[in-house]
Design a protein around this ligand. Structure first.
Ligand code: NI
Ligand code: MN
Length: 258
C-alpha cells in the first residue's frame, strides 16, 4: 500500500466534513457504509445516512422479493440504458423524489419524464452530499428501453465521506484500465461474472487482479439461464489466486464496507 493511497483514504473533502457537521445524524451512522445486493445488478448503498440505489431493477427480477414501491432512495445511480438496469427507476424517482445520476443522454431521457437528474459523463466526478462520485467507462451497450439513444455505458467509482472507495463496474467486458482504477485504492469492487452479456468468471478473475480491491462482490449472474454461474467455484479461484476477499451475497444480503 503506497503512502499516496493511505493519505487519500484518511483526508476527507472539506465540503464532506461540513456536510457531516450540518446533518443531525449519529456519529456511527455518519461513518459507516453498507452495500446490499438485491439480485442481478440492483445494489443499495447506505452511506453516512444517505440511501443510494444502483440499477434498481425489481419488477421482473426473479432474484428479489423487494417491492419497488417500498424501497428508500435519495439518489438513483444508473450505469446504462438497458431495461435490467433502468428497471423501476422512473417509478421510484417519482415516489421518493430521488435525484437520478447517470450520463447526459440517460438523464435527458429521465428529465423528459419530469424527474430530477444530475448528468455526468465518463471520467467526470462530482462532490455530492454523500461523497465523490466519478463515472467510469464500460465496454457494453446503452440503448434505453424505448429504443432511445442512451449514450455510452458506464460504471461508478464512489469515494464515501469516510474515504472508502467502492467500484461499481456496471455491465462490462474486461478492460486493462481497471488497473488505473485499482491504483486509486479500491476497498470494494462490484463486478459482473455472468458471462454472455458481460465478463464471465475467467475475465472477472483477471479484473480482480487488475483492481487489487480489498473485497469483491460478484453480481449479474443466475438471474437468467444464460448467465447461470457457479459463484462459489469462482470465489474459490479468487481466494487461491489473489489476496482479494470474495463476499458472496445472497439477494437481500448486505456487507459492511470496512
Ligand atoms: Ni446491459
Ligand atoms: Mn445487464
Amino acid at each position: 500500500m503506497t503512502e499516496k493511497v493511505h493519505l487519500r483514504r484518511t483526508i476527507a473533502h472539506p465540503r464532506a466534513m461540513q456536510e457531516l457537521q450540518t446533518r443531525s445524524i449519529k456519529k456511527e451512522e455518519a461513518m459507516s457504509t453498507t452495500l446490499r445486493w438485491y439480485g442481478h445488478a440492483a445494489i443499495g448503498i447506505d452511506t453516512s445516512g444517505y440511501q443510494l440505489l444502483v440499477d434498481p431493477f425489481f419488477t421482473g427480477n426473479t432474484a428479489t422479493t423487494q417491492k419497488p414501491e417500498e424501497v428508500a432512495a435519495d439518489y438513483l445511480l444508473i450505469t446504462h440504458g438497458h431495461g435490467d438496469h433502468v428497471g423501476d427507476a422512473p417509478q421510484i424517482a417519482r415516489r421518493t423524489g430521488a435525484t437520478i445520476i447517470s450520463n447526459a443522454e440517460i438523464c435527458t431521457w429521465f428529465a423528459k419524464q419530469g424527474l430530477k437528474t444530475h448528468a455526468q459523463h465518463l471520467g467526470g466526478g462530482f462532490h455530492y452530499p454523500f461523497g465523490y462520485l466519478k463515472m467510469t467507462y464500460a465496454l457494453h451497450g446503452s440503448a434505453l428501453p424505448d429504443g432511445s439513444y442512451g449514450g455510452n455505458p458506464g460504471g461508478f467509482l464512489l469515494t464515501t465521506l469516510e474515504g472508502k472507495k467502492i467500484y461499481l463496474a456496471g455491465d462490462t467486458g474486461l478492460f486493462g484500465d481497471m488497473k488505473l482504477i485499482g491504483d486509486e485504492g479500491v476497498d470494494l469492487a462490484v463486478l459482473p461474472i455472468g458471462d454472455n452479456y458481460t465478463m464471465g468468471p475467467d475475465d472477472a478473475l483477471l479484473a480482480v487482479r487488475l483492481l487489487r480491491a480489498k473485497m469483491v462482490v460478484p453480481i449479474h449472474y443466475d438471474t437468467f439461464e444464460v448467465i447461470r454461474q457457479d459463484a462459489a467455484a469462482w470465489a474459490e479461484r479468487v481466494r487461491v489466486n489473489t489476496p482479494t476477499q470474495v463476499i458472496l451475497l445472497k439477494p437481500g444480503d448486505q456487507v459492511s464496507v470496512e
